[in-house]
Design a protein around this ligand. Structure first.
Ligand SMILES: [Zn+2]
Length: 283
């Protein structure tokens, strides 16, 4: 699943092309991908222009002022934008489908005149939802702190873990506490902070919490700088790929040497997730 940096990268790309545009049509190939019928969708968005595009947790929000189109890519979703000058995609690479559009995994095409946004999704867990302001507020309230928001303070970060007794990795994956972190960035942040994923929250010292708080922000920022992490050879039409994979310290590096100490990176299962860490550098 794309995590915060990958979704942020898509949002930044869409910000370059969507604001000021109006929806002129929609082809819906899989009914359940959208929460309203195409007729209602078009009727509601008639004469409305995209104001901006933003991200909340792992959700893309296309803001039409008083209406909002939310897109969640889940396990296999992909967005592809195509106009005269641009062709780019974000989210999950769809192996084998190439850049043929639409393809058998295309669930919806949103048209902005001759320009099109394709929503492809192999396993159909992803979704599009058109919400009003109240519904959006309810949706956003379910997610935890935004680790890159200006008001993401150490005090707030520390407070969400208060009274909890789980392992630190489990808590960091909990989207209602801190939003947008998944398996990759939790493993990387814990390595950077020198904390083992299995440690209990109650055992973590104040100094370690502070390190973790800084590590999460630094790891996410660096990943966004490199357009996130992509593991396949997939490239978009501009030849771009998420390059953060080169900077991963532990994730996907099982049995490889730790860059700091040279010991082999360990891999264990934690709540069904492959979990990577260095036994020497993380306490
Ligand atoms: Zn090490």
């Amino acid at each position: 699943m794309p995590e915060l940096p990958e979704v942020e990268t898509i949002v930044n790309d869409l910000k370059d092309v969507l604001p000021g545009k109006s929806v002129t049509g929609i082809d819906l190939f899989w009914k359940k991908s959208l929460n309203v019928t195409p007729a209602i969708f078009l009727n509601k968005l008639k004469n409305k222009k995209v104001k901006t595009v933003r991200r909340r947790a792992k959700t893309i929000i296309i803001d039409f002022g008083d209406l909002f189109l939310l897109i969640h890519l889940k396990m296999t979703g992909q967005l592809v934008w195509r106009d005269k000058n641009n062709l780019f995609s974000g989210g999950h690479p769809i192996v084998g489908a190439g850049m043929d559009l639409p393809n058998k995994f295309t669930r919806a095409i949103i048209k902005f005149g001759s320009q099109k946004l394709y929503f492809n999704d192999v396993r159909k867990f992803g979704w599009l939802r058109l919400l009003d302001k109240k519904e959006l507020a309810e949706y956003e309230a379910k997610s935890g702190l935004e680790p890159l928001a200006k008001d993401f303070s150490y005090a707030k970060f520390r407070a969400v873990f208060q009274g909890r007794k789980t392992k630190i990795k489990t808590a960091l994956l909990n989207q209602t506490l801190v939003a947008g972190l998944g398996n990759i960035y939790v493993d990387e942040s814990l390595y950077s902070a020198g904390i083992r994923p299995l440690r209990l929250i109650t055992d973590i010292s104040e100094i370690e919490w502070k390190k973790l708080y800084q590590s999460i922000k630094a790891v996410l920022k660096k990943s966004i700088k490199y357009r996130g992490t992509s593991f396949s050879d997939y490239r978009d039409a501009k030849g771009r790929q998420g390059n953060f994979v080169k900077y991963l310290q532990v994730y996907g590096r099982y049995e490889k040497k730790c860059f700091k100490c040279g010991q082999a990176i360990k891999k264990i299962r934690l709540g069904g997730r492959g979990t990577h860490y260095c036994e020497h550098c993380q306490k």
